[in-house]
Design a binder for this molecule. Sequence first.
Ligand code: UDX
Ligand code: UDX
Length: 467
Amino acid sequence: MKKITNICCIGAGYVGGPTMAVIAQKCPEITVNVVDINEQRIRDWNDSDLDKLPIYEPGLKEVVLEARGRNLFFSTNVEKSIDEAEIVFISVNTPTKTYGKGKGMAADLKFVELCARQIAKVSKNDKIVVEKSTLPVRTAEAVRSILDNTGNGVKFQILSNPEFLAEGTAVDDLHNADRVLIGGEQSTEEGQEAMDALTDIYAHWLPKERILQTNVWSSELSKLTANAFLAQRISSINSLSALCEETEANIEEVARAIGSDTRIGAKFLKTSVGFGGSCFQKDILNLVYICRSMGLQEVADYWEQVILMNDYQKRRFADNIIKTLYNTVSDKKITFLGWAFKKDTNDTRETAAMYVADHLMNDLARIEVYDPKVSSKQMFADMNYLNSRSETENEKQLKAHSDPYEACKNAHAIAVLTEWDEFIDYDWQKIYDNMMKPAFVFDGRNILDRERLEKIGFKYYGIGINS
Ligand code: UDX
Ligand code: UDX
């Protein structure tokens, strides 16, 4: 079997960066070049101060420290790295289209196509091209067509190898993956060889039985549907949280009760202000779009409901704040604890926080935010991206803090948007003493100690818990 000695990964983002760092760590004999067109990002990956890495992930610093400069390299030298590699991973972003056909639904494959064209242009010997980005079913076919028709007579094998890591636990997910999926052309010798070569890389640290080989389309579809199933569980529990608030039932108790059934399982049943992140919404929209374009209206409607329920949950949270604050938040200070879409990451893509902020700002609230890892620059970028009001208005209505107690001073209400552990052990008495009364807390993650807060004097509102 072909022994791989040189890998190139195009895209040094949340997926490409940690994945390649772990491959380099576990395969010291393979040179791994991670390339990106974003020069700043590459500079940050190369910074001698490991706190400046562009991505915050627990355990990532240690992995980078071990491999960087040994067999892990970050550069903007895309063409040279492609040329030298036996395997090229495509790990560029595939956002939802913001224009034209499929706007708001389909995945924008512009960057993937550019990568394929570049690989075709510079390759002088046979290569394995691996789709790491989440892509619609049958994208491999498009990539193959570009490579076969624009190349220099070089042979390419296309593999689909979707990433299942979750942000905040990326390094651990890579080290102890439940499964690795490798889709390829099983019917030809070359196809099988390519799959085995990639399998061999992961087998450096994972048991063989966790490395599953499938056909390309099963692999592509499995990625979309794994995310759809996970998101569906959250929307299901969130739909019931609304019902719990109208009754004496408690969503945390219901989740524990149903999660103890091994057929259902306990994970992904945590009610919340709504899921965010770069994948869930995008992948489901994509699935819905594909179903619709194939005339499968009922299937499309079924999955779309997961997104509609998530939108409802975010809106409901914001509406509940307005209703509780005597039907007006105009010029009131509402402090957000957390802005990231989940704890232990600095990523804010599709975070519930920005939608809740937007909703409250439409009612003229002043939002002041503390997040341990998200910069104020990112928060403004998120609000400006929503395009609901001018940048000047966003600057007037939104303020970021680097100290949580300052952020909470004189607030009419506090809303927990991200489940950062540190929020639980704050000096809540001190926060209470410096707030407007009645002091309201809206816990969008059900993480705070309700009893303790109520004893201090807070008016506490959780999700799916009758207050
Ligand atoms: C990944 C996956 O690739 C995406 O399909 C999945 O749905 C979400 O996660 P991610 O790594 O999170 O994307 O994206 P991002 O952090 O934006 O990184 C992509 C990188 O690719 C960026 O640094 C960007 O500069 C780079 N890029 C993009 C290129 O180097 N070349 C391009 O042509 C386009
Ligand atoms: C997800 C998938 O888990 C991962 O396999 C895939 O590769 C990429 O997409 P990620 O988006 O990084 O990973 O994080 P995840 O832990 O899945 O959380 C997504 C969102 O759901 C977050 O906003 C999180 O707070 C929310 N969530 C998660 C809940 O509201 N309740 C839960 O029980 C679990």
